[in-house]
Write a protein that binds this ligand. Structure first.
Ligand SMILES: C[S@@+](CC[C@H](N)C(=O)[O-])C[C@H]1O[C@@H](n2cnc3c(N)ncnc32)[C@H](O)[C@@H]1O
Length: 245
């Protein structure tokens, strides 16, 4: 047995600060009011406050255990909710969705509802920055037990994390993440669906929700987006046009 709290703390250990966080932190520091959607344990906004961001910072996530860790920083607003349930109207200059949280929006309905809700939270001209893995790079082909990771968790317990893809149906990849005792049996198994939108499908969903793509990159150094790029990093602007959804 491995609790949600232990899993959330382990996430932080497995995902230390990296180039993607630097990319988003620069955008956050330049914006007066920021909504981080799927904020997880809140590392991005924690760092922004620490770096002197004096404006409004707000993080939301549907996972209570992750949000409990985020809440340790009390000078930031935190709310337990999914992207589709965002209830703010025209309040933020920047919305972010980092760590591939965008790919958790797996069905057309959830994607449309979430993008509409994100669009509504943004002030006129506000921006939505996020990344999704480039489907052409087929990252899921490396998600198998041969690439398991051994770590010592925050309580000093050695654990093994391994992934196994169960199915690839259209652009949705279903896989499990198993946390095991090192050299022993499974402690917990989490199943997830992640969507791998291609560039055209992504553009169509964004336009349908009233966004205009302002910048798009293939990596965290703002490299050109090509067929081989690992990521589709997008900064979309809330357009003047009425959403068609
Ligand atoms: C891989 S984590 C990324 C967390 C954080 N953004 C980061 O970069 O460390 C993905 C996060 O998306 C959240 N998530 C899943 N479905 C979501 C949804 N429908 N709306 C908002 N967040 C969601 C999960 O709870 C999880 O915290």
């Amino acid at each position: 047995m491995y609790s949600d709290e232990e899993a959330a703390a382990l996430y932080e250990l497995l995902n230390p600060w990296g180039p993607s966080d630097d990319f988003y932190l620069a955008l956050v520091m330049d914006a007066k009011s920021v909504l981080d959607i799927g904020c997880g344990t809140g590392a991005l906004l924690h760092r922004a406050r620490l770096a002197g961001h004096a404006g409004r910072l707000c993080g939301v996530d549907p996972d209570a255990a992750s949000l409990d860790i985020a809440r340790r920083q009390t000078e930031i607003e935190w709310r337990l909710c999914a992207a589709s349930s965002l209830a703010w109207h025209r309040e933020f200059d920047l919305a972010t969705m980092t760590g591939h949280a965008f790919q958790a929006l797996a069905s057309d309905d959830e994607l449309r509802a979430s993008l509409s809700a994100i669009r509504r939270t943004l002030a006129d001209g506000g921006r939505f920055a996020f990344e999704t893995r480039n489907p052409l790079a087929r990252a899921w082909e490396r998600w198998n037990p041969a690439n398991a990771i051994d770590v010592v968790d925050a309580s000093g317990r050695p654990v093994r994390i391994s992934h196994q893809v169960e199915s690839v149906v259209g652009d949705v990849v279903t896989f499990t993440e198993t946390t095991s005792e090192s050299g022993g049996g499974p402690l917990r198994v989490d199943r997830a669906n992640l969507r791998f939108l291609d560039v055209d499908a992504l553009a169509s969903f964004l336009t349908g929700a009233g966004f205009e793509i302002e910048e798009q990159y293939g990596d965290w150094r703002r490299g050109r987006l090509t067929r081989e790029s690992p990521e589709i990093v997008t900064i979309a602007r809330a357009g003047d046009t009425r959403p068609t959804l």
